[in-house]
Design a protein around this ligand. Sequence first.
Ligand code: 4AD
Ligand code: MG
Length: 463
Amino acid sequence: MTCQTIAALLATGRPDTPATIQGWVRTRRELKEFTFVEVNDGTCLANLQVVINPSLANYRQLVDGLGTGTAVEIQGQLVASPAKGQRVELQATQVTLYGTADPETYPLQKKRHSFEFLRTLGHLRPRTNSFGAMFRVRNACAAAVHRFFQERGFLWVHTPILTASDCEGAGEMFTVTSLDLDHLPYTPAGRVDYQQDFFGRPAYLTVSGQLEAEIMALALSRVYTFGPTFRAEKSNTSRHLAEFWMIEPEMAFCDLHGDMDLAEAFLKFVFQAVLDHCPEDMAFFNQRIDPTVLATAEQIIQTPFERITYTDAIRHLQNANHPFEYPVEWGLDLQSEHERYLAEVLFQRPVIVTDYPVGIKAFYMRLNDDEQTVAAMDVLVPRVGEIIGGSQREERLNVLERRIQGQGLALDNYWWYLDLRRYGSVPHAGFGLGFERLVQFLTGMGNIRDVIPFPRTPDSIDF
Ligand code: 4AD
Ligand code: MG
């Protein structure tokens, strides 16, 4: 007899049929006549209730071994459950104990633990209700991302993780080296001699696959990346990770409007897909984490996003009469308090802000005719702030060269990127969505460290 998932049994298991489950004990309740054990296998939020009768061999020993955290396989007969809220339960006929868990030391006891505490238990927290729900939603979200693009003819392209170029020009890259840091080779001028390093020059972990995605889009028309990216920014906030996953579509023959339309359709699609695939987990987040989760999801799906220019956004913020911590002034970047004010208070829905000042955005964004702004767009959402950053790309060779030099970057490092403007250049656009910010927004989770299995942040790289 093959083993069935608890999700399948609870959904469609027929009473009076045999079943076998494998999972971990959540709770044990010993009554006079028999013992109830709740077993969870991570396939769904709900546990399966198992009834252990004293007629089973070694009953006493068995029940003693069935403490919270114990791994078990249980064979038995499904029966209609007299208990509320579950169709079936399992009458055990045979119980196999795998690893037991000492109740004196097993850290996940029945009571509710704080997310801070659970972060110190990265190896066990997937066994809790919250993190089980989280990782099922995260999976549904990732599957929806691929479905959205695949259904629209985008190719998933694999851009490198090791790179020699700084896509964002922000200098927030982790260096990758095979040099012995205790015995570094130096040039006569006293600088580290990277010629002796693995690649013969400095190398880094990528902050974005965009530049390579552009190469692919200018041959394959519509592509997307979905992979890990790395930022060595010392931002110890609830929205920053040093390692996060990014989704970056890139489209040839596309302008900023096409880019915004794609971003909006994409978010609506993913929200709908997650509601369809994980209704119980989403209801759990709504009940336990943030009571606005389901209402927000419905609103994302149904309401058109607001679209305003940066210049208008600044005007709105200046007229807001709100005590912001950071100054609001044309030419300064929007801080997360400003982003959240726009999305949460002023428009109460996602806002796409476009046409930012040239001075605060990356070199590759297309210069507008006013020469003061670039064809950039950020999608801002309640609670999280910036969830997507994108732009139309500068496709004119001479303008791009000026922009690269203007930012103090070396043209030589971008020779191949410039070649794309030399040969068969075309207007094109794309964006980057931070996958964890999306999951955070979807689930209402307060801290981004709790939406990725193994968060990497300043001074923290356990597990
Ligand atoms: O705005 P960013 O820096 O844009 C880019 O990297 C472009 N190359 C994307 C593109 O046009 N192809 O980052 C894009 C998104 C942000 O909007 C945010 O959601 C997320 O990536 N992000 C982070 N998420 C978690 N932790 C961090 N440290 C993040 N930095 C950016
Ligand atoms: Mg950005």
